[in-house]
Structures are given as C-alpha cells and as structure tokens.
Design a protein around this ligand. Structure first.
Ligand SMILES: Nc1ncnc2c1ncn2[C@@H]1O[C@H](COP(=O)(O)OP(=O)(O)O)[C@@H](O)[C@H]1O
Ligand SMILES: [Mg+2]
Length: 250
C-alpha cells in the first residue's frame, strides 16, 4: 500500500515520515473502525484478533485497509472462542484473551482502544525504552484520558497543539470505554464508528457568528465568507499544507 501502515506514520522517524495531522488520524481511525464493524456484523461474525497500528495499511489518500487476516476467527454461537494458545500481539490483546484464552468480538474493540491511545499520544503501546512506570502505555496513560486538562500532557507533541481539544477529549473518552476490563461493557464497533463520525462533523462545523434576527447586514464583515463544510473523509492528500485550527483552550 502506497503509504505503508498507520504504525509507520505514528512512530516512524526520518525525513520521509511527516507527522500525521489530526484530521488524517481521525480519518484513519474511522476507516479502521468501519473495517472492524463490517467484520463483526457480517453473517459469520468474524473476530479479527490482531488489530494493531501495523496492520492498518493506508492507500494514497489515507484510506485505511485492514491487513493480515491470518489470525481471524469466526465467533461461535456463544460469541466466544476459546484457544489454548494465545495469539495476537501483546500490548493490543484484550485482558480476558490474555488471561483465559476467551476471545470475543469485543476483544477486537479493546485492541481498537489501544490504537486510539497510540493515535492520541504518538506513543507505542509497549516500549521498553520508556521508564518502567511508563512501559505499558495504557496502564500509564489511563488516568490522563478521563480529564481534558490532563490529556494535554500526553497528547502527541508532533501535533504541535493543532487539534480540537474537545474532539480529542471525546476520542480519549471513547478509548477508555473500549479499554473496559469487562468485555461486555465495551461499545460495539458500530457504536464506535458512529461516535467517531460525529466527532468529524463537530470539528468541521464552520465557526460563524449566530445571527437570529433579520438584519440585512451581512454577518461576515469585510466580505469574508464562512468556511465551507468539508468532510474529513474526503481530505485531499495535501492536507498537511492546509492551515490548521489553532488549539482551543479548555
Ligand atoms: N502491503 C503492505 N504495504 C505496505 N506496508 C506493509 C504491507 N504489509 C505489511 N506492511 C508493513 O510491514 C511491516 C511488517 O508487517 P507484518 O509482517 O505484517 O508484521 P506486523 O504487522 O506484525 O508488524 C509493518 O510495518 C507493516 O505495516
Ligand atoms: Mg501485519
């Protein structure tokens, strides 16, 4: 795939790797979430089992495609699959799968939550190069996700503050629900898609003064026009060239 994997972009270094702007990150998350939602709602309820940033491949327009179906499993009638040998990838695998070998559709949702945290922070789920207390990203960062002010401290510095803080806080909140220890409490991927799509809409709403009276004066002084609505799902490839929203204070 032309643009490699989400992993390459989030954690890659070197002059060829441009930091991904917020809009593109959200677009990729939505694309990947739709992929999982599709598998989960198909007749056979496929559990993907190896959801992680390196398995999200990107085409030239940052459309996400899930790769590596080698570990995918059909969920049985009970929606759970038991394996004696735990596969998947450590750091993304859901706790019930790691400890009991029980695999659910919602085990994929946990992995999705991990990728959301990686997308917010620009840090890998596991990194032995970090101090001991920070090696496991989810354990370390969880307390920061619930609070918008705290969240700022762990957001990816490569975003340079260029992200809508309200949307970021909602992604963090969503990640927390995906990371629920009890599989049943996690949202379905369909719900995740709906939440992420709403965030894209909120972000793109043009910021124009609300004028409710019938004044003939234009609400846009100096001939200014309101920003045109532009869906984040149709971002042009040169999105990094566009001016970004400045971060809003919380
Ligand atoms: N078709 C592809 N196009 C671009 N990059 C790919 C493709 N397949 C795999 N990669 C990248 O190559 C690397 C190794 O992939 P893989 O062997 O699947 O291991 P893993 O996904 O466990 O890291 C990853 O960074 C992955 O994103
Ligand atoms: Mg792979």
């Amino acid at each position: 795939m032309q643009r490699g994997s989400f992993e390459n972009h989030l954690f890659g270094r070197g002059s060829t790797v441009q930091p991904l702007p917020w809009d593109i990150r959200l677009k990729i998350a939505i694309g990947a979430a739709r992929g999982l939602a599709f598998l989960h709602t198909s007749d056979k309820k496929v559990i993907y089992r190896d959801f992680k940033a390196s398995n999200i491949l990107l085409d030239g327009s940052y459309n996400a495609k899930l790769s590596d179906f080698g570990l995918a499993k059909m969920a049985s009638a009970s929606q759970s699959h038991v394996t004696t040998r735990v596969m998947g990838t450590y750091g993304y695998a859901a706790p019930e799968y790691v400890t009991t070998g029980h695999l659910y559709v919602k085990s994929d949702v946990y992995g999705f939550g991990v990728v959301l945290v990686e997308m917010l922070t620009g840090m890998r789920t596991l990194d032995n190069g970090r101090p001991a207390a920070q090696r496991n990203l989810v354990d370390w960062v969880k307390p920061y996700l619930a609070n918008r002010r705290k969240l700022k401290n762990v957001m990816d510095p490569r975003l340079e503050g260029r992200y809508p803080s309200k949307a970021a806080a909602q992604v963090a909140q969503l990640a927390l629900t995906c990371l629920g220890t009890e599989q049943k409490t996690r949202p379905s991927m369909k719900e995740v898609v709906a939440t992420l799509e709403r965030l894209g809409d909120i972000k793109e709403r043009p910021k124009v003064p609300r004028i409710h009276n019938s004044s003939p004066r234009s609400p846009y002084p100096n001939g200014q026009q309101p920003l045109r609505h532009r869906s984040p799902l149709h971002v042009k490839e040169d999105v990094s060239q566009r001016s970004q929203d400045s971060p809003k204070g919380s």
